[in-house]
Write a protein that binds this ligand. Sequence first.
Ligand code: ATP
Length: 373
Amino acid sequence: SRYDRLEAAKPMIECREVHKYYGDYHALRGIDLTIRAGEFFSLLGPSGCGKTTLLRTIAGFEDITSGVVLIDNKDMAGVAANHRPTNMVFQSYAIFPHLTVAENVGFGLRRDPRSRAEKAAAVEEALAMVGLKGYGARASHALSGGQRQRVALARALILKPKVLLLDEPLSALDRKMREQMQVELIKLQRQVGITFVLVTHDQEEALVMSDRIAVMFEGQIAQLDGPEALYARPASRRVADFIGVMNFLPTRIIGDTPNGVEVDLPGFGRVEIPAANISRANPDDEGPTVGFRPEAVSIVSTGAPTQSRVTEGTIDEVVYYGDMTYYDVRLDGSDGFGAKVRPIRIAMRNVFGREVQEVGARANVSWSPGSLV
Ligand code: ATP
C-alpha cells in the first residue's frame, strides 16, 4: 500500500529537538519529527501554535535557536533559503500582475542556462501539470483566485524542488473552489511524487489531504499520526476536541472486572471499559471519562429490529447540514450525576424521504458498548 511504501521511503526532512525563541517567546518547544520522501504531510493546529514558524524554519526563512534540521540528509545550519532544496507557496500568491502567466511561471528560470525554447517547454509542462495548458499568454491580473493559486504552484514546481512547502495555500478560496483544489493538489502530489508539507488550521483539509498529520499546540507536537488514527484514536482530550466533534461523559465506577472496570455511563447504564482503554492521563476522582464520536451512536425508529442496545432520550438541539444532521439528545437517566451531563451529539446521514426530527421529539438511541469505550 501507499502507507507501506512511505514507511520504507528515506527521510526527507528531519527535525531534532528544534527550539525557536522570538526574544523571550518560546515559539517552538522541542520539535522532533521525520517526514519521508514522497509524503503529503500536514502541520495542523490553532492560530499561534507555531506551525508557520516550523514551516519557515524548514524553508530557511527563520534561524532556529537550537536543535537540528536535516533535509535530504544534509544539515541545514547556515544554509540560506535559496540554497535549500525547498520551495514555498504562500497564502498570498505573490503573482506579478504586470507579467503574463508564462512569465510568472518561468520567473525562477531567469538565470537558468537552458535555451529559450527549452525554458518555454518547461513552462508549458508546468502549466499542463496544474491544469492551465494554453494559458501562458494570458495577463495575470485577470486571473481568478483558483487560477492564481495554480500559477503559484506551477512557478514553484518548475524549479523541481525536493520539498514543496505550502502555507495555507487554499485559505483565500471559497469553499467549493477549495474542495476542488484539495483534490487536485492530492493528484498533483501523487503525479510529481515530491514531498509536500502543508500548513493549515482546517482539520477537515488536513484529514482529506494528508498521509500523516502533526497536530501542534503551543509550540509542541501533541500527536503525529495518519488521518484515520488521529480521528479514531486521539491521544488526548485536546486533540479529540480539535479534530472533529467528540462526546465526553463522566462515569462512576461500579467495580473491577477481570478485563477492566465496570462503570455507570450516564444514560447508557452499566458498561465495561477494557483496561487498555482506560486513560492513565485522566485520573478522575470518579470514574474515567469516556469519549466517543457522534457517529458511534444513531437514532432508530421505534420498534425497528436492532442488534444493538437502545436507550431513550429527548432531542435538545437540531443542526441541519443538508447531507447530514447533528442531533443533541438528552438521554433519560443522565441526570443524577454530580456534574451536569451535557446532551450527547449524534450524527445522522440524511436519507432522501426521511424527515429530519424536531427539537423536543423523543428519540431511540441505538448503541453498542464496543463503539463507545
Ligand atoms: P497562524 O495560523 O495564526 O499563522 P501559527 O500556528 O502559524 O498561527 P506562528 O505564525 O508560527 O503561528 O506563530 C507562533 C507564535 O510566534 C505566535 O504567538 C506569534 O505571535 C509568534 N511569532 C511569530 N513570528 C514572530 C516574530 N517574527 N516575532 C515575534 N513573535 C513571532
